[in-house]
Design a protein around this ligand. Structure first.
Ligand code: IMP
Ligand code: MG
Length: 178
C-alpha cells in the first residue's frame, strides 16, 4: 500500500488499512446476523457503499435479500443541497426488516432522504448501518443503529469513497493531507 496517493489536485495520506476495515465489516455482519429473525433486505447505497456492501455480503451467512439505491449528494468535496434519487430500490420492502448499508454518514442529508424514501414503502423497520460516521459533522437526530468507525471531520477516500470519482478502487482508506 502507498503512504500517499494523488487524486486530481489533492494529496491523501494513509488513514485506515484494508485489514482494519475488514475486521470492522466482519463484526457488523456478525452482529446483525446474530440479531436477525426474518429474511432481511440490505440496501446498498451506491456508489460509495458498493465495496462495503459486497464485503458485508461475504461475511453474512444467513439468507438475505440485497438491493440498491443511488443518490447523488456530493460535488467534489463540498455538500450540495438536497440529494437527488438516481436509482430507486426495486424489491418490494413492505413489511420487511430493512437495513441501509451506508459507506459514510457526514451531515446526514443523504441518510434523511433515504429514510424518507424507504419509509414511504411501509417496511416493518428501517435500520441504519454506517461503515464510517463523522459525529462532528452530523446535523440530524436519527440514531445510527450500527456504526463501524467514528472518524474525525476530515475528507476520506478509498474503499468505495471518492474524490470527484477517483479513489474508489483504493483498498485502504486515505485522508486529505492538509
Ligand atoms: P451527507 O449527506 O452529508 O451525510 O453525506 C453523505 C454522502 O456524501 C456519502 O454517501 C458520500 O457519498 C459523501 N461523503 C461524505 N463524506 C465523505 C468523505 O469524507 N469522503 C467521500 N465522500 C464523502
Ligand atoms: Mg461520493
Amino acid at each position: 500500500m502507498n503512504k500517499e496517493v494523488r487524486l486530481h489536485d489533492k494529496i491523501f495520506e494513509l488513514f485506515i488499512s484494508h485489514e482494519e476495515i475488514m475486521k470492522v465489516v466482519k463484526n457488523l455482519a456478525a452482529q446483525i446476523e446474530a440479531e436477525i429473525k426474518d429474511i432481511p433486505v440490505f440496501i446498498i447505497t451506491l456508489k460509495g457503499a458498493a465495496n462495503f456492501g459486497m464485503d458485508f455480503a461475504k461475511y453474512f451467512n444467513k439468507n438475505a435479500i440485497f438491493d440498491y439505491i443511488r443518490l447523488k449528494s456530493y460535488d467534489g468535496i463540498s455538500a450540495s443541497g438536497k440529494p437527488e434519487v438516481i436509482l430507486d430500490v426495486t424489491e418490494n420492502i413492505e413489511g420487511k426488516q430493512v437495513y441501509v448499508l451506508e459507506d459514510i454518514v457526514d451531515t446526514g442529508n443523504t441518510l434523511e432522504t433515504i429514510i424518507q424514501i424507504l419509509k414511504a414503502k411501509n417496511p416493518a423497520s428501517v435500520k441504519i448501518v454506517a461503515l464510517f460516521f463523522k459525529p462532528e459533522a452530523y446535523k440530524k437526530n436519527y440514531p445510527l443503529d450500527y456504526v463501524g468507525m467514528s472518524i474525525p471531520n476530515k475528507f476520506i477516500v478509498g474503499y468505495g469513497l471518492d474524490y470527484d470519482e477517483l479513489g474508489r478502487n483504493l483498498n485502504d482508506v486515505y485522508q486529505l493531507k492538509q
